[in-house]
Design a protein around this ligand. Structure first.
Ligand SMILES: Nc1ncnc2c1ncn2[C@@H]1O[C@H](COP(=O)(O)OP(=O)(O)OP(=O)(O)O)[C@@H](O)[C@H]1O
Ligand SMILES: [Mg+2]
Length: 579
């Protein structure tokens, strides 16, 4: 309980006190409810004493109407507060998580599936909000009303009040057990949900492959199994708390027959009058129904433990350390000094990498697939941190500055282009959010995509499907280059796509890239001969090590890997031309 409160406080930051008004309104609502109940008893007492007059009826009716109106206002106020606070809590937590995830090592995504992140961002935050803004208020209402009712029972007869306390006391361990079972099941259910979401995302992303291999529907066993498991866990989670909640309700419902027996006994002994007898029965019915409500509510409140635990697990992941928020770079020379890097503990993906990419020059990285080229760009973008050695820009270790402020100085064009489900215009504008229409068009012209954009149905306002599914590979690449133009950063990191393009497309892309790279510090993972030949320096990477280094002419003279690859590519080009 204490750890649950500590987690909740930590997640709400300094805003826990914002929940106090709606909790107070819940207390007031409960007291008003109890007062209406009291008014009914007063009416009954007057009726029994034969002193009921029209005057009194009017007073009671007006008082009841007054209480009713105030209660409606309180309920409306509490409802509005709950909705607003709830929406604020979820929004702030989702933004906080989003911002936090943005600053994490990409290894975090190796460890955490999309299903888990989705489930925490949506389900856990949703549950956290619901429990805090609704369930806890309902819980307070039940507790306050029950305490007031117990007070009244105490005034009527001490023994009666003690019997109620005893019965609830006997049943309470069952409620605690239901909470524990619910917390345990909720964790299993949450895991099943994460798995199912991951499988659904996998299924949708890979639908083309699955269709080609006839693995759709039930034949995609991993999805089918995870959905079956989700159904099993959901049913189990509902059913397993039932024995405890039903037993709790059954025991606390015994308050009603016991009240009847005790009331009849007191009445025959004439220690209470008929009105007190009626009050005893009404109290028993109310407390019993409150306890039934509590038995349904309590297991739900345990969702708070699971939800806040899952959210905190992510928030407790350490973001990249850095010293300064703003990157004050003295130059744009890019340097690797004895860099070692491994994704997993046992395998060095980069070994003893040292090179300088001087400002304003182009350095090309080439090498076989899996040799570590993309990894080098990921390290400069600070998606990961080196294990040994250091990377500097303008002689400053990149770990000195906040990753955000560093990436502001870079334009990165990835191997895989990602476009958003938005207009062409907005997809380019991501490069510079405050860009004007003219700037976007100029960038598109420089990236050789203006022409084909104008030919699209709504020009720059044409929607691109999710991931850019409505565009060809070459078109997507050119749009990503337009983005890069708009950003106009002094350092350009380019992971050229390996996908083969037709000669026209290839030439257009090369022209766009040449314009983009002019005067910048460029590190390009090159597959196209043009880029390689013109580069100031070429680094040949093999199994995470630099094998050869020099410009085109020097490397040809070395007659090593580069010279061999160049000759082969030239031969292939010759065949293409003559074919
Ligand atoms: N996120 C990751 N987690 C673990 N290992 C990874 C990860 N990304 C890449 N690797 C491994 O690191 C090695 C280098 O990968 P990298 O992507 O840098 O190669 P590359 O030279 O860019 O290859 P390609 O030319 O095919 O793009 C590979 O063995 C790869 O399996
Ligand atoms: Mg690569």
């Amino acid at each position: 309980m204490i750890s649950m409160l500590r987690c909740t406080k930590e997640l709400l930051g300094g805003k826990s006190s914002l929940l106090i008004p709606q909790m107070l309104l819940s207390v007031i609502d409960s007291l008003l409810n109890a007062s209406m109940f009291g008014m009914m008893i007063l009416t009954l007492m007057d009726l029994a004493e034969d002193s009921f007059t029209m005057e009194k009826l009017k007073t009671y009716l007006m008082a009841l109407a007054g209480l009713f109106v105030i209660r409606c206002l309180v309920l409306a106020g509490a409802g509005i507060l709950s909705q607003c606070r709830g929406a604020d809590i979820s929004r702030e937590l989702r933004l906080r998580l989003g911002n936090h995830i943005r600053c994490l090592n990409l290894g975090f995504f190796n460890k955490n599936s999309i299903g888990r992140l989705n489930s925490t961002l949506m389900t856990d935050i949703g549950d956290f909000e619901t429990v805090l803004t609704h369930s806890i208020c309902d819980f307070i209402k039940i507790i306050v009303f029950t305490l007031v009712a117990l007070g009244v029972a105490l005034v009527i007869d001490l023994k009666y009040a003690l019997v109620i306390v005893l019965l609830v006391g006997i049943a309470l361990p069952l409620l605690t057990l239901s909470g524990e079972v619910s917390a345990k099941n909720s964790a299993a259910l949450s895991r099943a949900m994460q798995m199912a979401v991951s499988r659904i995302v996998e299924y949708i992303s890979g639908i083309k492959t699955f269709r080609l291999y006839n693995l759709t529907g039930e034949k995609f066993e991993r999805l089918d199994e995870s959905l079956k498991n989700l159904k099993k866990e959901a049913t189990h989670s509902e059913l397993s708390v039932l024995p405890y909640t039903i037993s709790f309700s059954t025991i606390t419902s015994c308050i009603i027959p016991l009240a009847l027996i005790m009331g009849t006994y007191f009445l025959t002994r004439q220690t209470i009058n008929t009105i007190s007898f009626l009050a005893i029965i009404m109290l028993a019915i109310s407390i019993s129904s409150m306890m039934t409500g509590l038995s349904a509510l309590y297991p739900q409140m345990k969702f708070l433990t699971r939800a806040s635990g899952n959210i905190l697990d992510i928030l407790n992941e350490k973001p990249f350390p850095y010293e300064y928020d703003r990157a004050e770079l003295k130059g744009y020379d890019l340097k690797f000094e004895d860099v070692y890097f491994r994704y997993t503990y046992n395998l060095d993906v980069l070994k003893n990498i040292s090179f300088t990419a001087p400002a304003g020059t182009t350095t090309a990285l080439i090498g076989p697939s899996g040799s570590g080229k993309t990894t080098i760009i990921s390290l400069i973008s600070r998606f990961w941190d080196v294990n040994e050695g250091r990377i500097t820009i303008g002689d400053e270790d990149i770990r000195t500055f906040a990753p955000d402020s560093l990436t502001e100085q870079m334009t990165v064009v990835f191997q895989e282009v990602y476009l958003f489900n938005d207009t062409v215009f907005n997809n380019i504008k991501i490069g510079k959010p405050q860009a004007t229409k003219e700037e976007v068009i100029t960038a598109a012209q420089a990236a050789n995509c203006h022409e084909f954009i104008l030919k699209m149905e709504h020009g720059y306002d044409t929607m691109i499907g999710e991931g850019g599914s409505t565009l060809s590979g070459g078109e997507k690449q050119r749009i990503s280059i337009a983005r890069a133009f708009l950003k106009d950063a002094p350092i350009v990191l380019l992971d050229e796509s390996t996908s083969s393009l037709d000669a026209d497309n290839e030439q257009e892309i090369q022209l766009a890239l040449d314009r983009l790279m002019k005067g910048k510090t460029v590190l390009v993972i090159a597959h196209r001969l043009n880029t390689i030949i013109k580069a100031d320096k070429i680094l040949v990477l093999s199994q995470g090590e630099i094998l050869e280094s020099g410009n085109h002419t020097q490397l040809l003279l070395e007659k090593g890997w580069y010279a061999r690859m160049y000759t082969e590519q030239e031969k292939a080009r010759g065949w293409q031309v003559t074919a």
